[in-house]
Design a protein around this ligand. Sequence first.
Ligand SMILES: Nc1nc2c(c(=O)[nH]1)N[C@H]1C(S)=C(S)[C@@H](COP(=O)(O)OP(=O)(O)OC[C@H]3O[C@@H](n4cnc5c(=O)[nH]c(N)nc54)[C@H](O)[C@@H]3O)O[C@H]1N2
Ligand SMILES: Nc1nc2c(c(=O)[nH]1)N[C@H]1C(S)=C(S)[C@@H](COP(=O)(O)OP(=O)(O)OC[C@H]3O[C@@H](n4cnc5c(=O)[nH]c(N)nc54)[C@H](O)[C@@H]3O)O[C@H]1N2
Ligand code: SF4
Ligand SMILES: [Mo]
Length: 751
Amino acid sequence: MAWETPREDMSVYTQGEIDKWVYSTCGICSNGCGCYIAVKDNRIVGIKGNVRYPVNRGRLGPKGENQWWANNSLDRLTRPLIRNRSGTLVPASWDDALSLLVDKTRELLSAHGPDSIAVYHSGQLYLEEYYTISKITRAGLRTHHVDANTRLCTATAEWSLIQSFGADGPPACLDDLDITDVIVFIGRNSNETNTVLWERVLDARRKRGTKLIEIDPRLDISQKMADLSLRPRSGTNVAVLNGLIHLLIANGWIDRDYIRRCTVGYEQLEQTAARYTPDVVERITGVPERDLRTCAEWIGTSKTTVTVLLQGVYQSMDATAAASLVNSMHLIMGKIGKPGSGPFQHAGQPSSMSNREVGGAGFYPGYRNDENPKHLQEIADLWNVDVETLPVGPQTHVMEMLRLIEEGRIQLFWVIATNPAVSLPNRRRVIELLKRVFLVVQDPFFNETAELADLVLPVALWGEKEGTMTNLERRVNVLRKAVDPPFGLPSDLELLIEFSRRMGFRDRSGRPLIAYRTPEEAFHEWRLVSKGRPCDMSGMTYEKIERLGGIQWPCNEQSPEGKKRLYTDNVFPTGVDEAESYGRDMQTGRARTREEFAAIGANGRAILYGIDWSPPLEWPDRDYPFWLNTGRNVFHWHTRTKTGRAPLLQMSAPNGYAEIHPDDAARLQIRTGDWVRVSSRRGEAIVRARLTDSVLPGMVFLPFHYGSLLEQEAANELTLDTWDQVSKQPHFKNGVCKVEKWLGNERDAHV
Ligand SMILES: Nc1nc2c(c(=O)[nH]1)N[C@H]1C(S)=C(S)[C@@H](COP(=O)(O)OP(=O)(O)OC[C@H]3O[C@@H](n4cnc5c(=O)[nH]c(N)nc54)[C@H](O)[C@@H]3O)O[C@H]1N2
Ligand SMILES: Nc1nc2c(c(=O)[nH]1)N[C@H]1C(S)=C(S)[C@@H](COP(=O)(O)OP(=O)(O)OC[C@H]3O[C@@H](n4cnc5c(=O)[nH]c(N)nc54)[C@H](O)[C@@H]3O)O[C@H]1N2
Ligand code: SF4
Ligand SMILES: [Mo]
């Protein structure tokens, strides 16, 4: 489809003269926009969109344009910090800092074994860094406890794809948004959280008249612009989706031939969905019967449909069930693996996909199943280690890690590129627990988690190191190093390699476990590890990626330039020895055995599940009458370590707030700008009120960006710390709270 003719001067943000432009990728969100970094005197002084890059054609959004301010921030950490005997963090030499980490690790390994150590990392590093973490934790430390903030972010996307198709990897691509007839957004606030993708959707609407359906309780800008807007109650996605599937089947808008040839489990899906007639769905969700019927008709009678989903599904009740119902909805219509059609399970962070590919959290590299002896042996051979030494069995998710800290079993908690003191649910408990372990924080900034640390390791940022990232459509791009890191800081990769060297980790032949020195060498090793697996990158090199403007995996001998879409041949990786996992029981989350998985008999076909809706764990009551919704605004990135340092962004949204519906506010005598106390069974936040009809009556929305340990603005003081049974992703979007006008003065609240 014809995009606007790209203009060379689109999105250029620089300060004065520059020396050079350096090829890179935006390091903020999962869209992975192509960009060039402006450099003057070894300093980053600006950014521009890459007009030849297919994802964004020169466009950048507000966070992308302003991300480089953080690199030049005067409060960058310059040296490691060690907590001394009197409890103060003091500057230390690199040698002392690394010796402390190595000594502590050795001591724990010999006294309590590998499972006394946990690594909790990120969706914001580079692929080469995750791969190295994956290798060091499994084949070096041999711990079961490695997880990442992708658990909070895309664990459900990953698990829904595994449950339905046998392996991770979104089937659709961004081009599909340009050519489809109907786009369905479910719990995806893209006009704030992926602005360039949203602009692309606007282009498609203008040029093709693409219909836009939004399913989200919050009436934001995109919802207001949608052709059809469904506003279900919090936590009712499964009922809405069952209702849609019921109507698709009842009206014959399905592809019976595709169902027979390419899927298993249809009878169960049909029987379950039959219970969700429009009147039943209206009672559960509040979505009017007529709107549900229109929605089903638009989806069912259009030639092509793309369904985009994110945290309104993944962080809500029965997350994996709901996300896999989206896969099922596409499967029964045969709308998958075709231009303009497919379920588009989105990622959030810039490289959460890379993390998943290399086995950064939960799985073994290359979507390998550690319960499958064949897969485990492959990795042992590739790494040249004894297979018996690799940790197998359930990999610990971060919420379980917290429990193990509570029990005193995890004693060293190494946090890399994430800020759990702000981003984990029920954070009062989190903060208490982080104080109990030997806490290592590896971060360019002194964030809230670093304030609690015993050892802080500062590192280089985006633009100061080289590597790759995979975006939400499986497109791998290179980020070239634009400038040297300030203060001689190491990159995460360099630090990890040095840790491994000092620990003396070796392979079976006595060679260093991590034998590569540079990102490109690490990528080369990973290419070979990925060969033959769904996320095959064996045909990629840095040079080729840059030349082609990013490459979508799989990229190998059969597809030397990558593949736009998965499952174009309608064959799915559900063979017992192919699948990434034997899967989990949808209701209980119990791991299926190899025999149970084999008994499903999928073997190349996709799997459909019939799943009933179950009510959210908390429901508004007399004490806590409001639904609590949490999420993002357009200006800030998560815990603001970057965007809080960009003047324009910080000025635009300096403090936390609560969105309240005007009807509720009138009852509580609250006006815009008043202080309100929002409290739940777990904690409270004191923020300014914003009256808006974007929230449903009876719902309150708080952005989770504000988490200073001194101020009481944090949404995660309030959130529920339960999680989805299958993906183990926390329920940040459900939970209840109460709202009161706060009569204390401003100083009380903010001291
Ligand atoms: N500006 C900005 N952009 C970002 C980020 C950021 O921090 N700031 N972070 C990035 C990351 S890591 C991620 S994961 C993405 C997240 O991107 P999104 O998922 O788009 O953002 P959220 O604000 O978390 O929530 C999305 C929507 O879910 C809706 N929702 C809540 N409960 C329910 C429910 O029960 N059902 C349905 N259907 N919807 C519900 C909310 O009303 C909200 O509109 O954004 C990425 N982009
Ligand atoms: N209530 C509520 N809570 C949520 C959510 C929600 O919607 N509601 N969303 C959840 C989601 S989807 C996500 S993704 C998480 C995000 O939560 P976090 O991961 O905690 O958020 P960030 O602020 O992005 O933290 C990233 C950290 O990495 C650092 N960093 C940046 N670049 C580098 C680097 O190159 N190397 C190193 N070592 N560090 C670096 C940054 O300075 C920052 O401290 O929050 C989750 N929490
Ligand atoms: S849409 Fe995402 S990747 Fe693109 S510029 Fe904005 S933050 Fe960066
Ligand atoms: Mo995320």
